[in-house]
Design a protein around this ligand. Structure first.
Ligand code: DIG
Ligand code: MN
Ligand code: MN
Length: 404
């Protein structure tokens, strides 16, 4: 029997070269895995059923590489993509590793660094376009502070805006047609990062010269690190028509950015995120910005990648079951109370509607006493996720007769 949770290209699962290529280095330890070549990563991801692979410029072309070396690396990567049928939906720039960016790239207080960041990003946009990328991500890993006396908060926002406006114009002038996805994160590696949440990015996009070209790339771990509800953040981004990309992974609240395998920590939260994405009709890449635990060897890396995709597909099927479960649907129907007359009064303002509504009598006590049935709905959902909905467990328990 075929595996219902075997990923296919149609699922649009993508991984960054830096994710499955992560060598296990962390602030307290050296690499635990040897580096893997980009063509090898492409071949392995294709074999697992992924749709595409994403990259920072320096994931493929080391900083300072000569033109001939750059061309060879791009040629070999492009050949591997063609051989194995993977796409490159998204590209981005590494504006966080080079010491030149230690105090910011677009928000550096050194105008020479800001200009260098623009140059590096344009060259990276050229590479991304060459590989077919249509989405360009900006994650400002060094755009932040530890010392507020630097007194650059308002300047930093202005410099960041000027840089994005410049690069949006560059994309237009080159005919690249990029959609730019801004990725928020509250902190790390800087003490505080500018634009910490999805909401910050939505507010900032409105101030840009071409706001229609900009959206958000929210990441599960980044909102969760700050103790926020990631699914709520994504819902607001979807509502604004700005979910241009998404970084899926997992995270324990209040920890450093763990970039765990999708579903490794918060299965219930992951379920509601998948349900939201599928219910909303989001048709972009499901990008896993995550990496295998430092403990793992290469076999563990591919178990990690397979696990990300399988968990997404299993939760997608759970969302289907949620919609088909008669008890859950009955609980949802009972939860919502509609009233056509009141809808007519409140749907659109008119002086008459306002006067009628002001004159209306509401039974506050009844409204306060009504039970919404959320405990039952949540228990049914828990049992769906635990796999006991749609048929009792076949494991008999002492004193309990199992009926099938
Ligand atoms: C980290 O969450 C960031 C970088 O890996 C990259 O710039 C971006 C792409 O998804 N995510
Ligand atoms: Mn992260
Ligand atoms: Mn990310």
């Amino acid at each position: 029997m075929s595996d219902p949770f075997q990923p296919t290209r149609a699922d649009k699962f993508t991984f960054g070269l830096w994710t499955v290529g992560n060598v296990g280095r962390d602030p307290f330890g050296e690499p635990t895995r040897p580096p893997l070549s980009a063509p090898h990563l492409v071949e392995k991801l294709a074999g697992l059923g992924a749709y595409g692979v994403n990259l920072h410029d320096n994931d493929l072309v080391p900083a300072g590489a000569r033109a001939a070396e750059r061309d060879r690396l791009v040629r070999e990567f492009t050949q591997a993509l063609a051989d194995h049928g993977l796409a490159v939906p998204m590209a981005t720039t590494n504006l966080f590793s080079d010491p030149a960016f230690k105090d910011g790239a677009f928000t550096s207080a050194d105008a020479r660094v800001r200009a260098y960041a623009l140059q590096k990003t344009m060259l990276s946009m050229d590479l991304g376009h060459e590989l077919g990328a249509q989405t360009y991500v900006f994650w400002g890993g060094r755009e932040g502070t530890e010392v507020e006396a630097s007194s650059k908060l308002l300047d930093a926002l202005s410099w960041f805006r000027d840089s994005l406006n410049f690069l949006a114009e560059y994309s237009e002038s080159q005919g690249y047609g990029y959609r730019f996805a801004l990725e928020p994160k509250p902190n790390e590696p800087r003490g505080d990062l500018f634009f910490p949440t999805a909401g910050s990015m939505l507010g900032f996009i409105a101030t840009l010269g071409r706001p229609e070209r900009f959206g958000v790339n929210p990441e599960f771990a980044h909102e969760t690190m700050a103790g926020l509800n990631f699914t709520h953040a994504v819902a607001q981004v979807i509502d604004a028509g700005k979910l241009f990309h998404i970084d899926l992974n997992d995270q324990k609240m209040g920890r450093f950015d763990q970039d765990l395998r999708f579903g490794a920590e918060n299965l219930k939260a992951a379920f509601f995120l998948v349900k939201l994405l599928e219910d909303s009709g989001y048709d972009g890449p499901r990008h896993f910005d995550a990496h295998a635990l430092r403990t793992e060897d290469e076999g563990g890396v591919w178990a990690f990648a397979r696990g990300c995709m399988r968990t997404y597909l299993i939760l997608k099927d759970k969302a289907r079951q949620f919609h088909e479960d008669p008890d859950i649907q009955a609980a949802l129907a009972a939860y919502r109370v509609e009233d056509e007359e009141l809808a007519g009064l409140t749907r659109k303002f008119s002086p008459e509607n306002a006067q009628t509504l002001k004159a209306r009598t509401f039974d506050r006590e009844m409204l306060g006493q009504r039970g919404p049935g959320l405990e039952q709905l949540d228990q049914l959902t828990a049992e769906l996720l635990l796999g006991v909905r749609g048929g009792l467990s076949t494991r008999s328990r002492p004193g309990v007769e199992v009926t099938t």
